[in-house]
Design a protein around this ligand. Structure first.
Ligand SMILES: CC(C)(COP(=O)(O)OP(=O)(O)OC[C@H]1O[C@@H](n2cnc3c(N)ncnc32)[C@H](O)[C@@H]1OP(=O)(O)O)[C@@H](O)C(=O)NCCC(=O)NCCS
Length: 438
């Protein structure tokens, strides 16, 4: 990749460069990882711990670790940005190659001078050139990424279950399988294989890399990421197939001579409902445990309704935006997902980068396949929906309602009823869900 002046076609980026004191943005080399890692720690307001380098080396890919350098002190990395290739499961189960963005930081000394804007522009331009249809990220703060065309595309939130108030209802379907604890090496192998199957069943899921499994099983460490070996239990179906996994830790809280422990769920995968129930039964029946705290659960997960008192399950966060999606190639992104009904939608899309801007026709056939094509020439009547690419990102996986976006002023329906037609076409029976922060 060259510098922004070569690869970045638009004027605002160049204007920004003039205003930022000649700060250079470039891909860092593997030898520069210590500098880069120090920059990440400063940006995330964490003390720096040198041992992070081994982990960074495992992740390193030339060209995908960006750093910003101020000529005042070129040995200091004042902003960081990293992307890696992943795959996003779409409604219907297709895997869409995506650019996953992480480690986005700008040091407090250099904030609001356009450094994030330049890094983002450079990375997304490169992703498009590689033919990647979309980009994804987890937003630290809601207001950061909409301007770059990202919209919240999956929901997920923590859930705390008070076991003194509720338990799982009797009579839920039994799995007929068995549950056993597994060692970390076994989890790295069987957990990864299970996840490969699970992610194909859940729109919104992302691929987990081998480094992800190493980090979450203690085979490598990231200083500052407080990993303690969890209890990991695997569920096996009667034929021996691993169909579920739960990873949890338990704190050691006692009040006088009575236990009052919290079981914290760090990972939960189940390829079918009875497996999920069996794993929840395990978690809810551990001696000494009075509270189960689930790190992230899909907004439409049935678990609260499976309790004797659903009010005992308290969501930890309002809103619950989790994975954010930036569409880069509409024909690829909408052509790869499936649709529950046949239909036709005309979209007027704005995109400040221009990449997806224009009028598009989305058509779904009765067999569930769809295609999205650009409409050239003069407009033939009003569009069903007029919206920014960020709002379209929120609709793409089916999590958000077009009717709701119109009511919120985030989309318009020039043709009456357009939002309702969009919802009929795009919404899914099961919400997309991604449990992984990255
Ligand atoms: C968030 C962060 C990366 C922004 O970097 P930056 O270089 O200051 O951003 P830019 O100067 O390119 O800002 C571009 C625009 O986004 C806005 N913006 C940036 N960060 C914002 C935030 N946290 N909240 C609201 N608006 C924000 C800017 O005001 C600017 O708006 P404008 O175009 O209308 O002037 C930086 O503040 C940071 O590192 N924060 C702490 C770590 C963090 O939260 N990282 C994100 C992890 S997901």
């Amino acid at each position: 990749m060259g510098n922004d002046a070569q690869t970045g076609p638009d004027r605002p980026v160049r204007q920004q460069q003039a205003a930022d004191g000649g700060i250079e943005i470039r891909a860092v080399t593997e030898d520069e990882l210590p500098l880069w890692d120090r920059g990440v720690a400063r940006g995330f307001l964490r003390p720096h711990l040198d041992e992070g380098i081994e982990f960074r080396r495992l992740q390193f890919e030339p060209g995908r670790f960006l750093g910003a350098f101020d000529p005042y002190d070129p040995t200091r990395c004042v902003a960081t940005f990293r992307s890696f290739d992943s795959e996003l499961t779409l409604p219907g189960g297709a895997l869409l190659p995506v650019d996953a963005i992480t480690a986005v930081t700008v040091n407090s000394t250099h904030r609001r001078r356009g450094l994030l804007s330049r890094m983002m522009h450079r990375d997304l331009t490169a992703a498009r050139e590689r033919g990647t249809a979309a980009a994804v990220l987890i937003a630290a703060e809601y207001p950061i990424y909409g301007r770059f065309g990202f919209g919240p595309a999956t929901r997920g939130r923590p859930l705390t279950v008070d076991l003194t108030r509720a338990s799982l209802r009797a009579g839920l379907p039994e799995s007929g399988g068995r549950i056993d604890f597994a060692g970390m090496a076994e989890v790295r192998k069987l957990g990864a294989e299970l996840h490969e199957r699970w992610r194909r069943t859940r729109p919104g899921a992302l691929r987990r890399s081998p480094v992800w499994w190493k980090l979450h099983t203690g085979a490598t460490s990231l200083p500052g990421y407080d990993w303690k070996e969890p209890f990991v239990a695997l569920h096996r179906a009667p034929d021996g197939t691993v169909t579920g996994l739960i990873a949890y830790t338990v704190d050691d809280t006692w009040e006088g001579d009575s236990p009052n422990c919290t079981l914290t769920v760090h990972d939960f995968l189940a390829t079918d409902g009875p497996t999920a129930t069996a794993l929840w039964r395990l978690a809810f029946s551990v001696d000494w445990v009075r509270t189960v705290s689930i790190g992230v659960l899909a907004a439409d997960d049935p678990l609260p309704l499976q309790l004797t008192d659903p009010r005992a399950a308290v969501p930890g966060r309002a809103g619950g935006d989790f994975l954010w999606l930036r569409l880069l190639d509409l024909p690829a992104a909408f052509g790869a997902r499936t649709y529950r009904t046949a239909g036709r939608l005309v979209l007027d899309v704005t995109d400040r980068e221009g990449w997806t801007a224009g009028r598009w026709l989305l058509e779904a056939a009765a067999d569930g396949t769809g295609r999205c094509t650009r409409l050239e020439g003069p407009a033939d009547g009003p569009a069903d929906l007029a919206l920014d690419v960020a709002a379209l990102g929120s609709l793409h996986l089916g999590a958000e309602s077009a009717v709701r976006l119109v009511a919120a002023g985030q989309a318009a329906e020039p043709a009456p009823g357009g939002a309702e037609r969009a919802d009929l076409l795009l919404r899914t029976a099961v919400e997309p869900f991604n449990p992984d922060s990255f």
